[in-house]
Design a protein around this ligand. Structure first.
Ligand SMILES: *[C@@H]1O[C@H](CO)[C@@H](O)[C@H](O)[C@H]1NC(C)=O
Ligand SMILES: *[C@@H]1O[C@H](CO)[C@@H](O)[C@H](O)[C@H]1NC(C)=O
Ligand SMILES: *[C@@H]1O[C@H](CO)[C@@H](O)[C@H](O)[C@H]1NC(C)=O
Length: 361
């Protein structure tokens, strides 16, 4: 067994995982712990020197400013000549610290990953909410350079906390209405600067979880003629979060404010707390494009990966022209009532993930 850190033990107690072992996601905690303990694990922070020296942090900072300005101009909140630049040295100094967005967690794909999604940047498909232009920067923490040939997959719930492409008792009201849309799901290549760009909404909350976006990083996948990807490997399975104070402001806007599902704050969300361990920061850096949330948001996050790592997330459904259809033998089928992965703690030994093998004993 791995040694649980004191902080992790505190999380287990605070979030009730110990009190309710039957429903717990202890296995995920152990997997995360094994990831943190792994001798080859490196965070984005450990690349600070290399990324600063190579000029990447400076370039990234300038691009972020330019992109936000571009969005402001497009929305009528600034004139083209009004770009005010902050000294990049500040960005270099603060890179990788708590306020910056560094991330290296291995988390769970959860019960609602739908494979076969489309390569597209704008994943709104008619969904309403706090429109968010999200840039995901992928960094190879083994070489401290941007990953330019990956596909980043992103999915999240709509503003009232329901996933598309899936019908399950735990997914909103459990109705079938969301199965026929692929809204808020998509895939983007990282491109020459290592950045995958999406337009989505801040996800809503749902029972048992704080607001979060899911991501999977694909390597070596082939683009098919119908704009989907096939094959390759997955190095990273993660989740992105929103600062709690800002989240409260988002939740007060329409249509978030009609979500009747119980709220779980970041501080009480076990997966959030796990993701914060080990110097990682899974919270997106978010700026207002205009003067209020309704004017749109610009968000960025840095994700550190080891491209050679092999994760084996399991999709519950596959997106087709007919909507989401079940993936045969998915261990998530029947979630949360009757499935092999129900409770997150029952994964059979034969399907162990690479990093999971380490905590088995
Ligand atoms: C979220 O999706 C569910 C299921 O399709 C739908 O009933 C609900 O209206 C959607 N929420 C918003 C804010 O559109
Ligand atoms: C990254 O590079 C692509 C071109 O490869 C460009 O379209 C995109 O705007 C760049 N992203 C950022 C955040 O600079
Ligand atoms: C795209 O093509 C693949 C391979 O033919 C197929 O399996 C998949 O269902 C198609 N996806 C969609 C959304 O049409």
């Amino acid at each position: 067994m791995v040694q649980l850190t004191q902080a992790l033990a505190a999380i287990l107690l605070a979030t009730g995982a110990v009190a309710h072992p039957g429903k717990s996601i202890n296995k995920d905690i152990l997997r995360r712990q094994a990831h943190l303990d792994h001798p080859e694990r490196r965070s984005v922070q450990s690349c600070k020197r290399g990324l600063v020296d190579s000029g990447w942090v400076r370039e990234q900072h300038m691009r972020r400013e330019a992109r936000l300005h571009e969005l402001r101009v497009a929305a009528g909140f600034a004139k083209p000549h009004e770009l005010v630049r902050r000294d990049p040295a500040e960005a270099e100094a603060s890179f990788g610290e708590a306020a910056a967005c560094t991330l290296d967690p291995e988390s769970t794909e959860g019960p609602y990953w739908v494979t076969g999604e489309l390569i597209r940047s704008d994943v709104l498909t008619g969904e309403k909410g706090a429109i968010t232009h999200l840039d995901i920067n992928v960094i190879d923490t083994t070489t401290c350079s941007p990953v330019t040939d990956a596909y980043v997959e992103l999915w999240g719930t709509n503003a009232t906390g329901v996933y598309t492409g899936v019908q399950a008792r735990g997914n909103g009201d459990g109705s079938a209405s969301a199965v026929t849309t692929n809204a808020l799901r998509g895939i983007q290549p990282t491109g020459s600067n290592g950045t995958a760009s999406f337009i989505t909404v801040i996800p809503g909350h749902y029972v048992g979880r704080t607001n979060h976006l899911h991501t999977i990083i694909h390597h070596g996948a082939t683009k098919l003629p119908n704009n989907t990807i096939q094959g390759g490997t997955i190095s990273h399975v993660g989740q992105f979060y929103v600062d709690q104070t800002f989240l409260a402001q988002v939740e007060a806007t329409s249509p978030y404010n009609i979500n009747t599902q119980a709220i779980t704050k970041n501080a009480n969300d076990m997966l959030f707390n796990m993701a914060k361990q080990g110097g990682d920061d899974p919270v997106m850096k978010i700026s207002l494009i205009g003067s209020k949330i309704e004017d749109g948001l610009y968000a960025t996050i840095d994700v550190g990966v080891n491209p050679k790592a092999r994760q084996m997330p399991q999709p519950v459904n596959m997106w087709t022209e007919k909507g989401g259809i079940p993936v045969p033998n998915s261990p998530w089928t029947g979630y949360p009532d009757s499935c092999r992965y129900c409770g997150f703690g029952t994964r059979p030994p034969k399907e162990k993930r690479v990093d999971e093998a380490r905590d088995a004993e």
